[in-house]
Design a protein around this ligand. Structure first.
Ligand code: ADP
Length: 231
């Protein structure tokens, strides 16, 4: 019964999401179409053609990002959950983000305790870490420091992702995870929704503390496998 309810909840959410998804995807498509039409003018200067084709690429990329995020949410949860140490996976994920951080003048520091044992799907979990780190880096347009701290506390694995970026108001924090809520030009606003859902699926939660102009801390809290409450 409970399972059925959860399934219905997800189906309702997916159909609601599909409606706004159609709307969101139409915008970049309309803009791209407009530029392609302008490119068809015979006497168009080469520099203008270059600019328009760049705009078309950007809009198509945006549509693609929305489709990818939606699919990663809608995909049936067939992924395998396994006993894993979060530490090496976080270190590996941070490494793949190194050039993204370097380009933005952001240094990344990790302070991770050994044996952060959780039960999760490694790919899904890496995706969450990647997303929160990427958001943190993007929140520091003038550069700064991103810290990732992982400890085992009260039978809970706590992973803090701390940036020194623009921060958010209470209202903005409250809107995190709402489909299509994004303040970024190239954003889809689906990333946080996917991240919240993935952490909930492994019985965890994400707490957010943020101060405008100071920065944000995303705390991922997951029951450790040694916890007696975990089955
Ligand atoms: P996207 O990255 O596509 O915009 P997200 O769901 O990841 O979508 O984030 C939604 C919005 O939340 C962002 O556009 C941004 O306004 C805000 N946000 C997320 N992470 C941070 C952060 N670390 N600092 C400041 N704002 C953030």
């Amino acid at each position: 019964m409970r399972k059925q309810l959860q399934h219905n909840d997800k189906m309702n959410m997916l159909s609601e999401l599909a409606a706004s998804f159609a709307h969101e995807i139409r915008n970049p498509m309309t803009v791209a179409r407009g530029f392609v039409q302008m490119m068809r003018q015979n006497d168009l200067a080469e520099d203008k053609r270059q600019i328009y084709s760049q705009m078309v690429l950007e809009e198509v990329d945006k549509a693609q990002a929305i489709i990818n995020d939606y699919l990663s949410f809608a995909k049936p949860q067939l992924e395998e959950i396994e006993l894993m140490d979060a530490k090496p996976l976080i270190l590996q994920t941070v490494q793949t983000l190194q050039s993204f951080a370097d380009l933005r003048g952001v240094s990344v520091e990790t302070h991770l305790q050994d044996k952060l044992m959780i039960s999760a799907n490694p790919d899904k979990f890496a995706q969450c870490i990647m997303h929160l780190c990427k958001n943190g880096i993007e929140a520091m347009p003038g550069g700064g420091k991103l810290q990732i701290v992982g400890v085992l506390q009260n039978q809970t694995v706590c992973i803090d992702i701390i940036d020194q970026g623009i921060g958010m108001t209470q209202d903005e924090v409250g809107r995190l995870g709402t489909p299509f809520y994004s303040t970024r030009g190239k954003g889809t606003g689906l990333g946080m929704m996917v991240t919240y859902r993935a952490i909930q699926n492994i019985h965890g939660r994400i707490d957010v503390t943020s101060e405008v102009g100071k920065g944000t801390c995303f705390s991922i809290l997951i029951p450790s496998l040694h916890s007696s409450t975990y089955h």
